[in-house]
Design a protein around this ligand. Structure first.
Ligand code: URA
Length: 232
């Protein structure tokens, strides 16, 4: 159950005070009846809510881009740590889950959704979705190390990693593109070539780029184009 004024605000109809005023003026109906009390509780999944006659549909799927900050775990619940789900304040975001995991100390792009099918597609090893990481390293990366990373490297799994792409940005900074999602994969790949990641941030997943306007901890909904691109 959700307050009617909150529901309208979440739909970006207007500010909380505007929305309250419009409800009082009788511009909102719930199941065909004018409701003039902004605090009225509604069942947002079932109720038919109209603003000036226009249906505000309940949305089945929601897609949010979070700039995950360090110090937060990629989980919906945790007994001792702050979770990424806990960073999302809106009531309608409470059932979103993270698509894959970033380590507690990793920052960057994390998609949060309730669309299990999309999440499954993005995480499926068969799909080989590209993930791009900005990495700051302890030492400069040699050409030999780049070659090893690009060929595939033994990180103690059954098979070598799939070939990665390395783009050198500065002496100790690279963009590393991988198409798998093994536990601590980027850190383990750099360790395997005798280096160490000192800062890690995901900047892209498939066609979805981290919005440079989002500071760590900020989030926003994906645009329709971004959702289409991810699905494509
Ligand atoms: N690889 C890592 O080592 N850590 C992450 O958080 C993501 C990829």
């Amino acid at each position: 159950m959700l307050r009617l004024d909150k529901f309208l605000c979440d739909r970006k109809i207007g500010s909380r005070s505007q929305v309250k005023e419009w409800i009082r003026q009788g511009m909102v109906t719930v199941d065909g009846q004018v409701v003039c009390r902004p605090e009225t509780k509604i069942e947002e999944e079932k109720a038919q809510i109209r603003f000036q006659g226009e249906r505000l549909n309940y949305r089945k799927y929601i897609y949010v881009m979070l700039h995950k900050p360090a110090g937060v775990v990629s989980a919906t619940k945790d007994s001792s740590c702050q979770t990424v789900t806990g960073l999302l304040k809106e009531a309608e975001y409470k059932d979103l889950f993270p698509v894959g995991r970033l380590d507690k100390d990793t920052e960057g792009l994390l998609l949060m959704t309730n669309d299990g099918e999309l999440a499954h597609g993005l995480l499926s090893p068969k799909k080989q979705v590209e993930k791009v990481y900005y990495c700051e390293l302890e030492q400069p990366l040699s050409q030999e190390a780049i070659n090893q990373l690009e060929e595939g490297i033994d990180i103690g799994e059954e098979k070598k990693t799939l070939p990665a792409k390395v783009e050198r940005l500065r002496e100790r900074c690279i963009h590393l593109t991988i198409t798998e999602g093994k536990f601590h994969q980027v850190k383990r790949m750099l360790l395997a070539v005798g280096n160490q990641v000192v800062y890690l941030k995901r900047v892209r997943m498939g066609g979805l780029h981290l919005d440079p306007e989002l500071l760590p901890g900020d989030y926003r909904e994906l645009t329709l184009e971004e959702v289409e691109q991810l699905k494509g």
